[in-house]
Design a protein around this ligand. Structure first.
Ligand code: ROI
Length: 166
């Protein structure tokens, strides 16, 4: 049955291989083409130090919001097929480099814990490269079960995060 309401979902984008800024710019255009969905907003592009093994290139990160009729798992399927189009290889290295990573950060006020999905994303409260861009697009955002994004980003060390000029 078609859902007759739409869910506001936030998506995190990250890349540190093969011209990361271009990967992110193309991914934003692809998010705008998701079925049953409308892209609402996206942040600027940020340069961020790698979380995880430090011997990998710096990342470019951004966040976007969409309104969608897709169920969370369907949205995940679409995001994974976009990642795959960008040549994402799952090399098995824990927290290693990647051409494109698309994470569902939140999906309405829903909490989901399934083998494929943990929503809200468990990394949100600790990641400057998620919190600062979220605050840029919605300074009043509250992530259910996590907290107010403005307060969380005040407590989160910026770690050299830098907004890239256009
Ligand atoms: N580090 C940064 N700075 N940005 C990311 O998007 C990112 N993504 C990841 C890991 C490997 C945890 N580190 C990251 O998946």
């Amino acid at each position: 049955m078609k859902k007759n309401y739409r869910t506001l979902a936030y998506i995190g984008l990250g890349s540190n291989l093969q011209d990361p800024s271009t990967q992110i710019a193309i991914a934003l255009r692809e998010l705008a083409l998701l079925p049953k969905s409308d892209l609402q907003q996206h942040s600027g592009l940020y340069l961020s130090r790698p979380m995880g093994p430090p011997d990998q290139p710096v990342y470019v990160n951004a966040v976007a919001s969409i309104k969608t009729h897709l169920e969370a798992e369907e949205l995940l399927n679409h995001l994974q097929s976009i990642e795959n189009k960008h040549g994402r290889e799952r090399l098995g290295e824990h927290w290693g480099p990647r051409t494109l990573d698309l994470d569902i950060l939140s999906y309405g006020n829903k909490k989901i814990n399934s083998p494929r999905l943990n929503i809200p994303h468990p990394g949100v409260r600790l990641r400057e490269f998620v919190l600062y861009p979220l605050q840029e697009i919605d300074k009043n955002l509250i992530i259910a079960g996590v907290g107010r994004v403005d307060r969380l980003s005040q407590k989160c060390y910026a770690n050299g995060l830098a907004l890239l000029e256009e």
